[in-house]
Design a protein around this ligand. Structure first.
Ligand code: FES
Length: 320
């Protein structure tokens, strides 16, 4: 992480079955940098891991940040470290908030769709929209009611009538009907979706079928799910500035292959989610495997996320 803020865990709560909430305050008692709905922070965890978590509190509450963390035993350890090794009073290093998932506050209607713990950035958005008196609805999907993060808080909020819960084990009538919920696109109507990859893809596919404009569909992948598996295949990357050529074996990412040759590219999530490693590509055919670039940006074939994306051609020429 470039800039680092030291924060203290002021409160740790249970926000659903398997979900812990953390209230973070500046370790030195100072005010924390402001943020807008949709922002996330990088958290440096015990054991050297860095993970991104969305801020879920009302942005004006700049005396603290709140994050929610799902305990995911299939993860690479980040969520387990947060659940098991981070307690009230612990001091953590975090990055200042960054926002790849901004809210359009001028929308005529905002439709917020959450899959599981993907509710966290949408919770911040809902509070902001409610404070603005804006028209919105929030749909929260989870396997069971007990696993719906922040359910009690949402049900007790002033905007509870705009919140709808959908549970896999509930009666059919309450299941999320995606096409009916999305409805027809309209000027000023914006869709925000956050959740695991399958949820995200289902919502985006339905939005495409209903001919929503890409500019009105905003999404953020929640990194709790597995990232697409890399397929084997060697290729080369050429560094434009030096002319050096580095072989990328099937077992290594471009970032790792370059690091082995002494060429460092800044990395944060290492999962194609955050955009930190974004690199311009001058020549070659990219095999995009990230969840950060939009389909249009991927189709332009002029930039990629070398922590996870690869090449379809024998060589990529990078602007490095
Ligand atoms: Fe996050 Fe590459 S480091 S996208």
């Amino acid at each position: 992480m470039s800039a680092v803020l030291a924060v203290r865990v002021a409160r740790k709560t249970v926000e659903a079955e398997g979900v812990a909430g953390f209230r973070l305050v500046a370790a030195d008692g100072a005010r924390l940098p402001p943020f807008a709905p949709g922002a996330h922070i990088d958290v440096a965890l015990p054991g050297g891991l860095v993970r991104q978590y969305s801020l879920c509190n009302l942005p004006s509450q700049d005396e603290h940040y709140e994050i929610g963390v799902l305990r995911d035993t299939a993860s690479r350890g980040g969520s387990l470290a947060m659940h098991d090794a981070v307690h009230e009073g612990a001091v953590l290093n975090i990055s200042p908030p960054r926002n790849h998932f901004p809210l359009d506050e001028g929308a005529t209607h905002s439709l917020l769709l959450a899959g599981g713990i993907g509710v966290t950035p949408l919770l911040s958005m809902a509070q902001r929209l409610a404070a603005l008196g804006a028209d919105f609805s929030l749909h929260c999907c989870s396997r069971t009611a007990a696993r719906a993060p922040y359910r009690r808080r949402l049900q007790g909020s002033a905007f509870a009538a705009k919140v709808f819960f959908h549970h896999d084990d509930g009666p059919p009538a309450q299941r999320l009907d995606l096409a009916a919920t999305l409805g027809q696109p309209a000027p000023g109507k914006h869709l925000y979706v956050c959740g695991p990859q399958g949820f995200l893809e289902a919502v985006r596919a339905t939005a495409r079928e209903l001919q929503w404009a890409e500019a009105q569909v905003h999404f953020e992948y929640f990194a709790g799910a597995a990232t697409p598996a890399a397929e084997p295949g060697d290729f080369e990357v050429e560094l434009r500035n030096s002319g050096r050529v580095v072989r990328v074996p099937a077992s290594l990412s471009v970032v790792d292959a370059l690091a082995a040759e002494g060429v460092a590219i800044p990395v944060s999530c290492a999962q194609g989610v955050c955009g930190t490693c974004l690199t311009r590509v001058l020549c070659g055919d990219i095999d995009h495997r990230d969840l950060y670039l939009t389909p249009a940006e991927q189709a332009a074939n002029d930039q990629f996320l070398p922590c996870c994306s690869r090449a379809r051609s024998a060589r990529l020429v990078l602007d490095l």
